[in-house]
Design a protein around this ligand. Structure first.
Ligand SMILES: [Zn+2]
Length: 687
């Protein structure tokens, strides 16, 4: 009997392993070959981990074709396949908690039998790995990761990167490795652009283009795009984190931190959040810090990579069949739990966009009670066939809003009725509109109470005017009492002191706090105000760029579409949003009212963005620039805080070469200086 049970149990394990292999292979194919991930990353990692553990426990069922035996992703067809010559591209083992990190460190300590090693941590960019081969100081070949041994030759497209130097001062053959990505700002902008294009296509009765799903997929699709104009327009970026010498068949420098510093000196893009640390405890505490700033970064990260800094130890520490043992990828904590979906309800945002939310049976995820999760839009709910009353999986990742990621089982789901989307605004009951080509539904009623409350809430929010003491609930109360129905009323509230004190739960002290906070906000900087106004497509960064450049809201008001379009990287979508906003007489009145109330409408402080790479560097421009004369160029560089040079000097940092340039002159500058040479045709390309 005992034998029989054991036999049965083994049969079950074998079946389980078989199923895991099958599903992971399918996911791999979707991810690597089709560039279309069909499963949540965390879920994938969990299942892979489960398979690895089962195979370790029952090695008799481990086969050579198991997805645990190769990294996943053969090179796709369409691009030339090329071998990674100097060294294969490894993937890293994952760590999911502090325990995994401590175990990782203990293993290293055991092997080395010393503790003089240190660590370097780097944000794990959610992009695509690439290997760049330089020969004789020039970019020779760029290869995607592929299966780690063979990738695709995407050299042509790498010349179109935003921030990749195509020359290097090192003459011997070297491989630089890094991660390609598209910034979140750029991703949003490309989708906005696509919506504009779709409007035109609809008018012409043509088929519309789908929106991009996420920055990672977009970067992947772009890197392997065959049309170089499209690649250029999408603006790929990358971070470099490794340099390998062909002669040595190993790292070019001696440590990770030296590699990062030297690459930075050579003008290669290095992530600003890389840190050199003494031990694993420092690593653990820094990871916490980085996870807190995660949402502020302009690129997506899904964890932190931890590497032993000193390369001399790497060989000693060694490799498993799949991973290096001197590095590990810590994944930000994420947890998935099963619970019952009690209801689906829509909410309206300040732009009128409808978001669907799930009311859940209370469940504890990552230590907090979760009763609500996002369902995004109607398409999302329908594509996952989520139904009220069904059991669902809910995922929580750090501080990010919990999200329903799938139904629990088809059988359970079928017991309930199919869900139907709302047709009317949950706040004002207007009929909801869906623009063709967009997945979201909108309430277009500008007098919609839900939208007004959200706009006011945005205005007083921390990133906006930062008015303390006015929560969304209080705004609702004050709105219902007709004390605040628009932005002007917020600043007029001090004249309604008596009415405030008559309200329930409003004491002298809390009223004073609110009024003081409102007064204080009048001195806020212009960029805060611009952001707070909630102009479509104008986020924090765009608000700051505008404020810095134009200094006063009255100047911004006077700008036309063309001027805004030409301004740096602003683009037509944002330019249009700004001009439209200032066309509305109500908005013009608001600006005048704010001025009369004494709200600051000028930019205070540093006018130069010191993070631009030309800042404080010596620049020479030779040849002709299509849309600018010498004087324009001079002023443009002055605005960037760069030093304009009219003649070659040996301290030159950048040489921008326009059309019809003299090769002799360029050669001469190459001889006397180490300037980085960049070929451009338009003024905006000088950056
Ligand atoms: Zn409405």
């Amino acid at each position: 009997m005992k034998d029989f049970n054991q036999f049965n149990q083994l049969k079950n394990v074998e079946q389980k392993i078989f199923e895991l292999k099958k599903i992971i292979e399918k996911w791999n194919q979707d991810y690597y070959q089709n560039n279309n991930p069909s499963v949540d990353d965390y879920f994938y990692d969990q299942k892979l981990k489960e398979l690895i553990e089962l195979e370790e426990k029952y090695p008799q069922f481990k086969t050579d074709d198991s997805p645990t035996q190769n990294v996943g992703g053969e090179a796709s067809k369409g691009f030339k396949k090329v071998k990674h010559n100097i060294r294969s591209m490894f993937s890293l083992k994952n760590a999911f908690n502090q325990g995994d990190l401590i175990h990782f460190d203990e293993q290293i300590k055991k092997i080395l039998n010393l503790d003089t090693y240190t660590y370097v941590i780097e944000p794990k960019i959610d992009g695509l790995s690439i290997s760049l081969n330089y020969r004789n100081g020039k970019l020779f070949q760029a290869i995607t990761r592929g299966d780690g041994k063979i990738g695709e030759d995407v050299t042509k497209n790498c010349y179109l990167f935003e921030n990749l130097p195509t020359t290097i001062k090192i003459k011997e053959e070297i491989d630089l490795r890094g991660e390609v990505y598209i910034s979140i700002d750029q991703f949003d902008l490309l989708n906005q652009k696509r919506m504009l294009e779709n409007e035109k296509l609809i008018q012409e009765k043509k088929k519309i283009l789908p929106l991009f799903a996420n920055p990672r997929n977009l970067a992947s699709g772009t890197l392997r795009h065959l049309d170089s104009d499209i690649v250029k327009g999408r603006k790929l970026n990358l971070f470099i984190f490794q340099a390998l010498s062909a002669a040595k068949k190993s790292d070019y420098w001696d440590s990770q931190i030296e590699t990062l510093n030297e690459l930075q000196k050579l003008n290669f893009p290095i992530n600003e959040n890389n840190i050199h640390l003494n031990n694993i405890n420092e690593v653990i505490s820094k990871i916490d810090d980085i996870s807190k700033i995660r949402e502020k970064l302009n690129y997506e990260i899904d964890g932190i990579v931890i590497k032993v800094n000193e390369y001399k130890y790497h060989k000693l520490i060694g490799y498993t069949s799949k991973f290096p043992k001197w590095a590990i990828a810590y994944k930000f904590p994420t947890e998935i739990k099963k619970t019952k979906l009690l209801n689906i309800f829509p909410t309206v945002g300040r732009t009128g966009k409808i978001t669907y939310n799930a009311k859940l049976e209370r469940v504890n995820i990552l230590g907090t009670n979760v009763e609500r999760a996002t369902l995004h839009n109607a398409d999302y709910i329908k594509s996952l066939d989520i139904r009220i009353g069904s059991y669902v999986y809910v995922k929580k990742a750090g501080e990010i809003i919990p999200k329903v990621i799938s139904i629990f089982s088809l059988q359970d789901n079928e017991k309930n009725n199919r869900w139907a989307e709302s047709t009317n605004c949950p706040s004002c009951n207007s009929k909801l509109i869906r623009f063709e080509g967009e997945v979201d539904q909108y309430c277009l009623n500008t007098n919609c109470i839900g939208r007004i409350i959200e706009s006011l809430n945005h205005f007083v929010s921390k990133k906006g005017m930062d008015i303390e003491g006015l929560s969304k609930r209080q705004i609702e109360t004050l709105y219902n009492k007709k004390l605040i129905i628009n932005i002007f009323d917020i600043y007029n509230l001090k004249n309604k002191r008596e009415e405030l004190l008559n309200l329930e739960r409003y004491q002298e002290k809390s009223v004073n706090n609110i009024l003081n906070s409102i007064e204080k906000s009048k001195k806020n900087n212009l960029n805060q105000l611009i952001f707070a106004l909630g102009i479509r497509n104008i986020g924090e960064k765009a608000a700051l760029d505008l404020a810095r450049k134009y200094q006063s809201i009255f100047k911004i008001k006077e700008l036309n579409l063309e001027e805004l379009n030409d301004f740096n990287d602003f683009g037509e979508v944002r330019a249009k949003s700004i001009t439209e906003w200032f066309k509305n007489p109500l908005n013009l009145k608001l600006i005048n009212d704010l001025d009369n109330l004494g709200v600051n409408l000028k930019y205070i402080g540093e006018t130069i963005d010191k993070s631009n790479r030309l800042y404080n560097h010596n620049i020479l421009v030779t040849g002709t620039i299509e849309d600018a004369n010498r004087e324009n160029i001079k002023n443009y560089l002055k605005d960037l805080g760069a030093n304009y040079k009219s003649a070659p000097t040996k301290n030159l940092d950048y040489l921008f070469v326009g059309e019809n340039f003299s090769q002799a002159k360029v050669n001469k500058i190459k001889e006397i200086s180490n300037a980085k040479i960049i070929y451009v045709s338009k003024l905006s390309e000088i950056k």
